[in-house]
Design a protein around this ligand. Structure first.
Ligand SMILES: Cc1cc2nc3c(=O)[nH]c(=O)nc-3n(C[C@H](O)[C@H](O)[C@H](O)COP(=O)(O)OP(=O)(O)OC[C@H]3O[C@@H](n4cnc5c(N)ncnc54)[C@H](O)[C@@H]3O)c2cc1C
Ligand code: FES
Ligand code: FES
Length: 495
């Protein structure tokens, strides 16, 4: 067992021992490494002021640079990675990086406080060779909030950047980070399990599936950590003292999506951004939902399995995964069981998960899903959790609907199908009137709650309207969405 974490920071190898199990990367950077360019704004993954990049090999000989929120990332989660902060962008002669120069030339450093975060989001895009084309800039910046002046100069700065994948500067940073990561791998014990901190608060990072299962069996009360986009906030916002944590991200193979042609096996450490890239072509409806999941920083850390295991009634992925008939796999030791995901959610905060079991995979049918549509209602378009979510999927044979799945989030204590409304559609032709009829039945399926995201009445009316909209979209073959530049109804001539 190794008790020293090793990573590359701004091009130099760092070895850190004796740190607390629950220390965040931001705390360590600011308080111990005295790198105070990275700021703390919200401390909950929302504002992007703490954005740094985390690079790991992506399997095709290059490094994948993820923008991540350092405020909710536990230090143990950067083991074996290359981190860059705003202090690490200028070259050794002090010449600024092109993304820094672009911000200065466009007068885009307004308050200054959020600027390092914006620069690091640009840097991640620059290094990965995508995200700075005119249509991509909003997406790249959705996780970096400007509350003082506005985005115009910042977007203008991004628009001047030539995100050339083969730029000399990008390649030189990547070559250097890559060489340092190789050097880390060659250090003694580099393939050993990691344990940071002393009891009661320890951060365990097993490296094999067997040692993960053993660690969980020995510490059955432990908190499993995926991307920490929920668990991190327990520490930074709720000030909870956590006990033992076991991280999925260090386990070899847990970061993979296995594809057998029919089914995708999504292992415990697969992030939302990985899934989005995998399914972008086959399942654009799901990809667009994922694109609105938090923002890039959240999607680059948060995991699909974490979104299911966190037992939230408003998680975005359970409804869509249920609508396409996904399964869940739970494991303990070397035993596993699989069943329909919809049966995993029993009651508010109660799941069909036995002591010692963890979510070892989600099994998702591959696309295309021609009748699947996902509708997310939230207060902001990006970087927000839903108030109501509908994932609807039907099958039509010989002009008749013969199979229906209407899965809602935010309408009950769990993600749940609308059985009565579904029954109103089965055996009917594809006609908007039947969708209106099904919408009228939703009060028989749900008694939603009022909370800060929406009142019970608002939720019910939204759910009914979404179901009618689903019918209109299918019947018309057109799309009614708020997207990109504004309102696209595509429904001219429709009542
Ligand atoms: C700014 C921000 C925006 C967000 N936006 C959205 C959004 O748009 N939509 C949305 O649905 N959510 C959103 N979230 C919530 C969160 O990002 C997601 O729920 C995410 O998928 C959680 O995954 P994680 O890997 O980070 O989980 P973690 O925080 O690591 O864990 C969450 C819970 O799941 C458990 N867990 C994790 N992995 C496993 C496993 N393999 N087996 C058993 N238990 C496990 C943990 O013990 C914990 O109880 C947002 C969060 C933030 C901070
Ligand atoms: S401080 Fe706001 S996202 Fe980290
Ligand atoms: S430029 Fe920092 S909040 Fe607007």
């Amino acid at each position: 067992m190794r008790d020293e974490i090793r990573f590359v920071l701004n091009g130099r190898i760092q070895r850190v021992a004796g740190c607390a199990g629950d220390i965040t990367l931001l705390q360590w950077l600011r308080e111990q490494a005295h790198l105070r360019g990275t700021k703390e704004g919200c401390a909950e993954g929302d504002c992007g002021a703490c954005t740094v990049t985390m690079a790991r090999p992506n399997g095709d000989g290059r490094l994948d640079y993820r923008p991540v929120n350092a405020c909710i990332l536990f230090l143990g989660m950067i083991d074996g990675a290359a981190i860059r902060t705003v202090e690490g962008l200028a070259d050794p002669d002090g010449n600024l990086h092109p993304v820094q120069t672009a911000m200065i030339k466009a007068d885009a450093s307004q308050c200054g406080f959020c600027t390092p975060g914006f620069i690091m989001s640009f840097y991640a895009a620059w290094q990965n060779g995508n995200g700075l084309a005119p249509d991509d800039i909003d997406n790249t910046l959705a996780g970096n909030l400007c509350r003082c002046t506005g985005y115009r100069p910042i977007v203008a700065a991004a628009a001047t950047l030539d995100c050339a994948r083969n730029s000399d500067i990008g390649n030189s940073d990547m070559a250097h980070d890559g060489a340092m990561l190789e050097a880390l791998k060659n250090m003694p014990d580099s393939a050993a399990d990691l344990c940071l901190g002393d009891p009661p608060c320890r951060f365990l990072a097993p490296v094999t599936r067997i040692s993960f299962a053993e660690a969980y069996a020995e510490n059955s009360e432990a908190i499993i950590v995926g991307g920490a986009t929920d668990v991190g906030l327990w520490v930074t916002k709720q000030h909870r003292k956590l006990g033992c944590m076991i991280w999925t991200g260090g386990v070899a193979g847990f970061e993979q999506i296995d594809d057998d042609g029919d089914m995708l096996r999504i292992n415990p450490a697969v992030t939302h951004q990985q899934l989005l890239q995998k399914i972008a072509d086959d399942a654009p409806e799901i990809a667009e939902l994922l694109r609105r999941f938090g923002a890039l920083q959240v999607r680059s850390s948060g995991t699909v399995c974490g979104n299911i295991a966190n037992a939230s009634p408003i998680g975005d992925l359970p409804p869509v995964l249920i609508a396409i008939g996904s399964k869940i796999e739970l494991s303990t030791g070397n035993k596993s069981r699989r069943f329909d995901l919809e049966n995993f959610f029993l009651d508010y905060a109660k799941q069909d998960r036995r002591a010692g079991e963890f979510v070892s995979a989600v099994l998702m049918p591959r696309g295309p899903h021609p009748y699947l549509r996902c509708y997310k209602i939230s207060k902001r378009f990006d970087q927000d959790i839903s108030a109501v979510m509908l994932a609807a999927n039907i099958r039509v044979r010989d002009g008749v609907i013969d199979h229906v799945r209407l899965a809602f989030g935010g309408m009950a204590g769990i993600p749940k199908r609308a059985g009565t409304a579904e029954a109103r559609l089965v055996g009917k032709p594809l006609d908007v009137e039947h969708f209106r009829d099904a919408a009228a039945a939703l009060p028989d399926d749900f008694t939603p709650l009022s909370d800060m995201r929406g009142s019970a009445e608002y939720r019910m009316l939204s759910a009914q309207n979404l179901l009618i909209k689903y019918g209109l979209e299918l019947v018309s073959g057109k799309t009614m969405r708020l997207a990109g530049d504004g309102l696209t109804t595509g429904l001219e001539g429709w009542e």
